[in-house]
Design a binder for this molecule. Structure first.
Ligand SMILES: Nc1ncnc2c1ncn2[C@@H]1O[C@H](COP(=O)(O)OP(=O)(O)OP(=O)(O)O)[C@@H](O)[C@H]1O
Ligand SMILES: [Mg+2]
Length: 412
């Protein structure tokens, strides 16, 4: 039980956030919601991992539903086949469109030549899915998805309304459908539906943006919405405000969380959550109220998160080739370019070709991302892994820095 006057942790992670746990994104939400209501509209939503894409999609869907419209989200991320995705569309549609969708299932069943099974779930709601035997027939997979989407479009047309479908982690779907060739298959699946609106979203900005490249399947087929970091000043204020209302007043907490864990939305929220939890155990909220500043609290939360994830971080580190480890050490210190003479001496980095190869490999495995404002031009993708590397691997080089050490930022 938290002390009196203190509510539950006001920061949530690990799920797409809603309600009071959600902030900002008014423009993005309006754009996605508008798209979901416009028949034949196609929007591609791209953004880095953990930036808050799915939360924007769900918020937009909520908005459409509140206004009496019809929209739902299908997560393609963990699907293994197009039939699985077809089934996900079926169950999301059943949930969002209500019981009368089951009637459409009969029509669907006819289209799918009887290979549909109808049932009820534990709560008595109708369920519709493709027969398991469908999975044995690889060529029928894309057909299954086409059948479902065609049926939805036909229904929307009949009822003179628009159904909005958000396909999240769509890069998984194109991969299932056959990579670059799969993009054409997907385009073929979607393009005739004038009563459906599609928002495609995914976490590989480069892969997704390439889908729109010249000569590629979605060239000039979709509008683009890039989701970037939440405005830092707004985010910092929001963190201070939520934390204060929940009983933890620590001036500068939001700004400190952004500095240590930014810019990805999830990382910042995760740190705010850990800092809030640390405040409770540090007795900040119990009399005699201990005073603590936001930066102090954020530092405690940061170190807690680094320590909590020590096992996976160690395993990750031990699996890396030596040059990659050295590049990561240099990035963790963050005071020089990677190909400078100083970096070569300090971190034993080899010729620039070797370093470039290591960076490429680290980027491909998503450990490292571009960061124009740092001396090296690259930064850790995961700020907590950076903290672990600082704490555990720099002492080998005779460097003792706190886990919360930040790379130098250039003046720009
Ligand atoms: N608008 C927001 N307000 C507050 N917190 C947010 C917001 N958007 C995202 N978050 C935080 O970031 C976390 C990740 O959000 P979300 O799952 O929407 O990101 P994503 O970009 O879809 O991530 P992934 O790349 O893993 O799919 C949420 O669980 C929440 O903690
Ligand atoms: Mg997501």
């Amino acid at each position: 039980m938290p002390p009196a006057g203190v509510t539950d942790n006001p920061f949530r992670i690990g799920v797409a956030v809603r309600g009071v746990f959600f902030t900002d994104r008014a423009d993005e939400t309006a754009r996605v919601a508008d798209t979901l209501r416009e028949g034949g509209a196609r929007l591609l939503v791209v953004g880095e991992r953990r930036v808050g894409k799915t939360s924007v999609l769900l918020r937009s869907i909520e908005r459409v539903q509140r206004a009496g419209g019809h929209a739902f989200l299908v997560d393609c991320g963990t699907a293994g086949s197009a039939v699985e995705i077809a089934n996900r569309v079926l169950s999301a549609a059943t949930g969002a469109l209500g019981r009368d969708w089951a009637a459409t299932a009969n029509d669907l069943s006819r289209r799918a030549r009887g290979r549909i099974q109808l049932g009820t779930d534990l709560s008595g709601s109708p369920t519709v899915s493709f027969e398991p035997t469908f999975a044995a027939d690889a060529t029928a997979h894309a057909d299954a998805l086409a059948t479902v989407l065609d049926a939805l479009d036909a229904r929307a047309k009949r009822e003179r309304r628009i159904i909005g479908i958000a396909l999240d982690e769509v890069q998984r779907l194109t991969a299932i459908l056959g990579g670059e060739a799969g993009e054409w298959v997907l385009r073929g699946l979607l393009q005739h539906h004038q009563h459906l609106a599609y928002v495609l979203a995914g976490s590989e900005p480069t892969v997704l943006s390439a889908m729109q490249g010249h000569g590629r399947a979605f060239y000039q087929q979709m509008s683009l919405l890039a989701i970037g970091p939440i405005d830092p000043a707004h985010f910092a204020r929001w963190i201070d405000d939520r934390s204060g209302r929940a009983g933890v007043v620590a001036p500068g907490l939001g700004a400190a969380c952004l500095a240590l864990a930014g810019p990805r939305t999830r990382d910042v929220t995760q740190l705010a959550r850990a800092a809030f939890a640390a405040a409770l155990s540090a007795g900040v909220t119990r009399p005699p109220r201990k005073k603590i500043t936001g930066p102090e609290l954020a530092a405690i939360g940061f170190v807690d998160l680094v320590h909590e994830q020590a096992d996976p971080f160690r395993a990750l580190w031990e699996g890396l080739a030596r040059t990659r480890q050295q590049v990561l050490r240099a990035l963790a210190v963050g005071d020089t370019g990677l190909t400078s003479e100083a970096a070569r001496r300090m971190y034993g980095l080899g010729a620039s070709g070797v370093v470039t190869g290591a960076i490429e490999a680290l980027r491909n495995t998503r450990l490292v991302v571009r960061a124009a404002d740092t001396p090296a031009g690259y930064a850790f993708d995961n700020p907590f892994f950076r903290g672990w590397v600082i704490e555990n691997t720099l002492p080998d080089l005779g460097l003792a820095l706190p886990a919360t050490h930040l790379a130098a930022r250039s003046a720009t």
